[in-house]
Design a protein. Structure first.
Length: 414
């Protein structure tokens, strides 16, 4: 299968929806020779912080001399960003070949495979084919029925945190959501979590049932952040770094050789675009953060308030997907920031919230404009007059970030 054919095929199956269950991918892995059993893993779930945590761990493990894989979602610019081997996204040619093999091998049940199951299977095949020693794997949704949960017991099961999201799939309480996520905990693993309060109970129960040790982490202090000179910015990285440091300690006990130099270098060189990422739009500071739910928005605002940006007038670029709590997100942004202007684009996905509806949520805030696309929004901003004291914040969805990067001519790792 060529890259163009693979793109067309994935576009066609992207509308198949989200069918819970692991039966299809288990059968597919069997037909493919069980690639998921040919590498070790760290499995990461949680409402927020999964990607940053995964990126840090992969960077450290790679710097320690291991051949690594990294599987995350969603992507921002190109689908191949989801499957990374030795710090580099998979080539489209290789990715397309795996998609073709999966389509052929699935046979009679190919029409039942979802988009995420197919891409996940391609990732595991690529990791096995490239002889990856350890892969850091981010859960797509929840944990119990997620396609990534087909892997054998990981070295560590990480649950970063929980807040109310995807309640139609995971349940309407923090405990129910934590229970769904706790299903990545399996006998033979260790568990690291940043969860607090009542939501910790189902995780603790899962650890007891599987005879797994549990490490509960709290955010590291500023002196620890300063010590490691973490490349990823934002005060919210304090919890993610705490989780990573706990994982490194456990991995060392399990026999993985991770030197102090590998740890420090991995943290100083890790790249994870679109998370409290500071760029420039002309001479104006541009902050890009894919905060895509109320919890992430509140964490973002807290980090902004702890920086120089919290007191500066802000031009906000914002939209969400339809399944997000846009009202709560908009209220938090209006309370927490000095909004000078709000620009709402239509996102390039059928799941985009109606820009007119989002604009109404900011109607009391003064200048609000609706745009037909992210590109047209940036075209209009090029004609604007900016003061030296303001900044631009792009947030609300990874689509906002990814499409902005395309419109501005930036690649994934630029």
């Amino acid at each position: 299968m060529s890259p163009a054919q693979a793109r067309n095929y994935l576009d066609r199956i992207s509308s198949r929806g989200m069918k819970p269950g692991l039966e299809r991918i288990r059968l597919l892995m069997e037909k493919m020779g069980h690639p998921e059993k040919q590498f070790k893993s760290v499995h990461i779930t949680g409402t927020n912080g999964k990607g940053s945590t995964a990126a840090m761990l992969e960077s450290i493990l790679r710097r320690a001399g291991n051949r690594t894989g990294l599987y995350t979602s969603p992507h921002m610019v190109d689908l191949t960003e989801r499957i990374v081997i030795q710090g580099r996204p998979i080539e489209w040619k290789a990715f397309a070949e795996w998609i073709g093999k999966i389509k052929t091998c699935a046979g009679s049940f190919e029409k039942e495979l979802t988009y995420f199951e197919t891409v996940t299977a391609a990732a595991f095949c690529a990791f096995a084919g490239e002889k990856v020693k350890i892969a850091v794997i981010e859960v797509g949704l929840g944990g119990r029925f997620d396609a990534t949960n087909v892997i054998p017991p990981p070295e560590i099961a990480v649950i970063t945190n929980v807040s109310l999201e995807h309640t139609e799939y995971l349940g309407g309480t923090l405990q129910k959501i934590a229970w769904e996520k706790s299903h990545i905990i399996k006998g033979g693993s260790a568990c690291v979590t940043g969860i607090t309060g009542s939501a910790l109970k189902p995780v603790r129960n899962a650890c007891k049932e599987n005879n797994v040790s549990m490490t509960v982490v709290r955010p590291v202090k500023q002196n620890i952040l300063s010590k490691y000179k973490l490349a990823l910015k934002g005060s919210f990285q304090a919890l993610n770094l705490g989780i990573v440091l706990a994982c490194v300690k456990i991995l060392r006990k399990k026999g993985w050789k991770i030197s102090a130099k590998a740890l420090a270098t991995g943290l100083q060189t890790v790249k994870w675009p679109g998370r409290f990422e500071l760029k420039k739009f002309g001479k104006i500071p541009l902050m890009m953060d894919g905060a895509h739910n109320p919890g992430a928005i509140k964490i973002l605002i807290k980090s902004l308030k702890q920086s120089v940006w919290g007191k500066m007038p802000c031009r906000l670029i914002f939209n969400t997907l339809q399944d997000k709590n846009a009202l709560e997100m908009s209220q938090a942004l209006q309370r927490g920031l000095k909004l000078k202007q709000v620009l709402v684009p239509k996102l390039g996905t059928p799941r985009s919230s109606d820009p007119a509806h989002i604009a109404e949520l900011f109607a009391k805030n003064g200048s609000v404009s609706v745009h037909s696309s992210v590109k047209s929004l940036w075209d209009s901003l090029r004609l604007s007059n900016f003061s030296k004291s303001e900044f631009i914040l792009a947030t609300g969805s990874f689509y906002v970030i990814g499409e902005s990067r395309k419109a501005l001519g930036w690649g994934h790792l630029s």
